[in-house]
Design a protein around this ligand. Sequence first.
Ligand code: 5GP
Ligand code: ZN
Length: 115
Amino acid sequence: MDHDCLFCKIIAGEIPATIRYEDSQLIVFDDIDPQAPQHFLIVPKKHIRTTLDLAPVDSELIGHVYQVAGQVARDLGFSDEGFRVVNNCNEAGGQTVWHIHFHLLGGRDMTWPPG
Ligand code: 5GP
Ligand code: ZN
């Protein structure tokens, strides 16, 4: 755990969040500033700073992220209409929290290309 990290504090239960799913590897909670009717953050419990810091040992974890994304979308009833999974890396990529996470967005038509 990184004691200066917002998402590590949410994982540790030190900061409240609306948790939708949790297992030994990751947690899923509501984004505080939703950009779609359904907007969740899928956050590995391991403190990995950015996508650029992923190591070969993390491959199974990232596969699990996508499997859980589909499972959460199914459980909350927006999988069939469609959804988007987004990872922002570094400043120009839109990253603002320095603990790797994946946005799960649904409940509206997504535009392409993203801004
Ligand atoms: P990023 O911009 O790094 O891709 O995504 C960070 C996300 O974290 C943003 O969508 C932002 O709304 C969300 N966020 C920031 N602070 C908090 C918080 O304290 N609680 C929750 N649940 N989400 C947060
Ligand atoms: Zn962290």
